[in-house]
Ligand binder design. Structure first.
Ligand code: SF4
Length: 517
């Protein structure tokens, strides 16, 4: 029997079909089944178990030819070269050489088959990685500061806290049956590297004077999320000392588990409960569960860097720098990841970092070695100095592999950004995000320009098209972008955006950013 909630267990009559299936068998139980199906073959997989495969981090991909997508959790984006080589090896041996970096610092494989899974699970476990709970109604990959530990703009190294959070929440059957997916972030970088406002629970840097001493800790925001009904997370009036992070996370997650909505899948994300309750009721319930906490201190956020770190930048350690590489639309090959791991071993400290901007950082490079690294042939492709538009694009998976997609996204986004780089000269970045459907894995609502896949009917048939949204941002001015009238055919998006951006360029006031326009 799965762990279940106090409130819903009393009356299961209103639960949706998936909730009843989760009650019958916990999502985590499907991991053992994956091993069984690896022997029995694809055709033996029952529809209910196919749905539960999400808890193992795998989804059936499009086209439905018996292949799977797998997502691997990388907390805070910290990846050793041993882990990077394991990922590259899985991609080479089973995943047709593709690796996608996601908007939650995770990586995704495609083209995997059920008989491959035991070996893949084993290879991941051997290097301390896992796909389990990278998907499903449970705590997903924890977003963190990709520069944790080396960051001149962080209040503390948050890597140990992310590890503690993961130990407390992941693969914990107390929390493996939540009403929906549950996204947690924690970062002490003052430029909001973790996109705090769009997480279900976000820890952001703060300080407070307690007993005459200034304590460095966190504030929390709860109930953020995108998809069709986006919500910005609400600040809650508590200050969290580092030693209380796990306690607070357990309390907040307990609220979601026990009071989150389970009737309609489309109304089950934490954001709906938080919006209905409001910050005061939420704090009352949290206090009831974890006891009183100190009230808010001083928020230390200074802005939003949108998760971008491209270029060469000094670390907090004297004499060392990090190189932020641009991975256009987050896709790289197995060979490229092998090569990156070699560079990290040769010049750095055997580490890479993944970013929620779908890019990768090469950390801990001695300053005297920077020119040598920049001269490496790989950095001509995965460049730290991308063209303006190519270096600021985010894309979801799209209809190449995603069953929910309406349109193709990654190749389209590459073509659009390359077109803009050829046709528009601009002195400030304009971030463009694309989603292949309204679910928003490409986080289009927070983009300067968001594109959402749609279709248009033409006399000669149906064609790919995009709805266009403008003016999204996070940080102090956080707001979602606004839909423009009309729908633009896929092949015309580049020229339409060219006009839009040139209009901004000629009409803006001095220093006016795109989202302020
Ligand atoms: Fe698939 Fe839609 Fe998510 Fe894109 S946004 S990956 S199309 S579900």
């Amino acid at each position: 029997m799965a762990t279940y909630t106090k409130v819903w267990a009393e009356d299961t009559s209103k639960l949706n079909k998936l909730e009843l299936a989760k009650l019958e068998k916990d999502g985590l139980d499907v991991i053992a089944d994956v091993y069984r199906y690896a022997n029995l073959g694809f055709d033996a997989i029952t529809p209910d178990d196919m749905d539960r495969f999400k808890w193992a981090g795998i989804y059936q991909q499009k086209p439905k030819t018996g292949h799977f997508m797998m997502r691997v959790r990388i907390h805070s984006g910290v990846l050793s070269t041993k882990q990077a080589r394991a990922i590259a090896g899985i991609s080479r041996d089973y995943g047709r050489n593709l690796i996608d970096v996601t908007t939650r610092q995770a990586v995704q494989f495609h083209w995997l088959q059920i008989q491959d899974m035991p070996d893949i699970f084993g290879r991941l476990a051997a290097v301390g990685l896992s796909s389990f709970e990278a998907c499903g109604d449970c705590p997903r990959t924890f977003i963190g500061n990709p520069l944790a530990g080396i960051d001149p703009d962080e209040l503390m190294d948050t890597r140990p806290l992310i590890e503690e959070l993961s130990k407390a929440l992941h693969l914990n059957r107390e929390f493996s049956n939540l009403p929906r997916k549950y996204k947690v972030s924690l970062s002490a970088n003052v430029y909001n590297t973790s996109h705090a406002e769009i997480n279900d629970l976000a820890f952001v840097p703060a300080t407070k004077e307690i007993d005459g001493e200034e304590v460095v800790g966190f504030h929390i925001l709860v109930g953020g999320g995108l998809s069709t009904k986006p919500h910005l997370a609400l600040p809650i009036d508590i200050f969290v000392r580092p030693e209380d992070v796990v306690k607070v996370a357990l309390g907040v997650t307990t609220i979601f588990r026990d009071y989150g909505y389970r009737e309609k899948r489309t109304h089950a994300r934490f954001k709906f409960l938080v919006a209905d309750w409001g910050a005061d009721t939420f704090l009352e319930k949290l206090t009831e569960i974890i006891g009183p906490m100190p009230s808010r201190g001083v928020d230390q956020g200074k802005g939003w860097n949108a998760g971008y770190f491209t270029g060469v930048h000094p670390q907090k350690q004297e004499g060392l720098s990090y190189i932020g590489l641009s991975i256009q639309v987050g896709r790289l090959s197995a060979e490229e990841l092998f090569e990156l791991a070699d560079l990290a071993d040769r010049y750095g400290n055997g580490e890479l970092r993944t970013c929620n901007s779908q890019n990768i950082i090469l950390p801990n490079i001695p300053n005297e070695k920077i020119d040598e690294v920049l001269a490496e042939p790989l950095l001509k492709r995965l460049t730290p100095f991308p063209k303006l538009f190519a270096g600021h694009v985010i894309s979801c998976t799209g209809n190449e592999f995603c069953n929910l997609a309406v349109t193709e996204t990654k190749e389209r986004m590459k073509a659009i950004s390359n077109y803009l780089d050829e046709h528009v000269e601009l002195d400030t970045p304009v971030r463009i995000h694309v989603n292949g459907c309204p679910n928003s894995c490409g986080q289009q609502q927070i983009a300067d320009i968001g594109l959402q896949g749609a279709l248009v009917k033409k006399p000669d048939g149906v064609r790919d098209a995009f709805d266009i949204f403008v003016g999204g941002t996070l940080g102090p001015d956080a707001r979602f972008n606004t839909k423009l009238k009309g729908r633009v055919e896929g092949d015309l998006v580049g020229p339409v955006l060219e006009r839009l951006i040139l209009f901004y360029k000629t009409e803006r006031t001095p220093n006016e950013l795109f989202y302020q326009f």
